[in-house]
Design a protein around this ligand. Sequence first.
Ligand code: NAD
Length: 507
Amino acid sequence: MIDLSVEARSLLATLGVADDALTGDLPVRSPVNGQEIARVATATRQMACDGIASAHAAFQAWRLVPAPRRGELVRLLGEELRAGKSALGRLVSIEAGKSPSEGLGEVQEMIDICDFAVGLSRQLHGLTIATERPDHRMMETWHPLGVTGVISAFNFPVAVWSWNAALALVCGNPVVWKPSEKTPLTALACQALFHRAAARFAASGTAVPDGLSVLLTGGRAVGEILVDHPDVKLVSATGSTDMGRAVGQRLAARFARAILELGGNNAAIVTPSADLELALRGVAFAAMGTAGQRCTTLRRLFVHDAIYDGFVARLKSAYATVTVGSPLEEGNLVGPLIDAAAMDRMQRALESARALGGVVTGGHREGAADWPDAYYVRPALVEMPEQAGPVLDETFAPILYVMKYSDFDRAVALQNAVPQGLSSAVFTTDLRQAERFLSAAGSDCGIANVNIGTSGAEIGGAFGGEKETGGGRESGSDAWKGYMRRATNTINYGTTLPLAQGVSFDI
Ligand code: NAD
């Protein structure tokens, strides 16, 4: 077995992580071969509270730095990410089990959001609004909000931090990050790159307050400290719906702001008019890519009965031949599940599907002899008689439930008839169907695509979903507003005091 700990340590050193950060109680395993590749320390309550206090102190200074200047720090972070792209991408592959192109793609996404945030740093604008009172002006102003907590999941170990951090920093907020306990090494690397950018920024004349970017490694208990701390004004939490339900309620109890990015149960509809070559590729990537471990992974497929047999037969052959194996080797398209628990959950879901009459192709473990401590699996395609049981849940593994439909509106209704509302797609060349799918009566998801799979979003759009996906929005469009507070200002430049709505109060 290749020793991945040596390579991981060397990549971390290249990225600026000191060796003494790599000891502690929390073992880090690579899903590629199951090996323990390092250890890190769980932050104690005291360390977490000190980190939050330093971030809160940093806020007092950072909020006063002009936004375009704050953007310059993020520009430098983008430069460090460009310089570190190959090392960080490789570390993502080792720690999260992503293919080389997906590991690099994740870092590219970080670079893209930094570029976006730099532009944004000159566009944090409010409105001027017509007022009913003479000699008055009404406007809105956007101000920094305060310490932003980021809790992230294992499957996008670094991109999710950057979506939040790049925006939060230009908006004037310090960031305290609690990464997944399964992927703390890539988080240490990001923090080291941030420090490199901060040193260059300081050298160019503006001090970077200590505590502008704080990293707290550890598990759920560390996340809970962030969630409950009164000085953390916003928590952006990415992970399972169970996590979001717990976090959302605790934040609501103290009236803190939440951006919740939770589980998805994404569907696509393949209509008779679809370009079937394109649909096949779109479905295959969305369902099997990243071994089904994306929040936007395609999990449900509705195929019109006129094309069902031919299309599903071709899909099955793609499932049978897709290359499953080490994500560190070029050519393998499906890497490992994150751990044994993920494999157990997948097998349990397949059992429940069988019990409801589902016919399963694939789904079995592969390479156990070569990789006894890693969990590679042949993606599963399950033909279901109806949408029931496990089809209504997100199982974070490559399972695609396939169902037949005959009426388009019924297919749209079924696609909406699950608790989650993240991503959706229709494959069609029928303009009416495409537009109906995108209309108010169509998909109820935060992401609705035509002739593109459910996964693989770009940073320019707002990212997030409805219902049990949490309702949060991150990344592009006007998602920045979630990181700022809005003040409405009315200015009277006249000599009288007219009251709104014609109210009089003459003393
Ligand atoms: P998870 O819920 O197990 O953990 C996510 C993070 O939350 C971890 O950092 C964990 O330590 C922390 N956490 C868990 N419970 C907590 C609590 N009560 N209080 C504070 N912190 C807590 O998720 P995971 O297994 O790492 O990731 C997979 C899940 O994430 C899937 O459901 C997937 O759909 C979802 N996800 C969603 C998006 C999105 O943008 N919607 C993106 C990526 C992943």
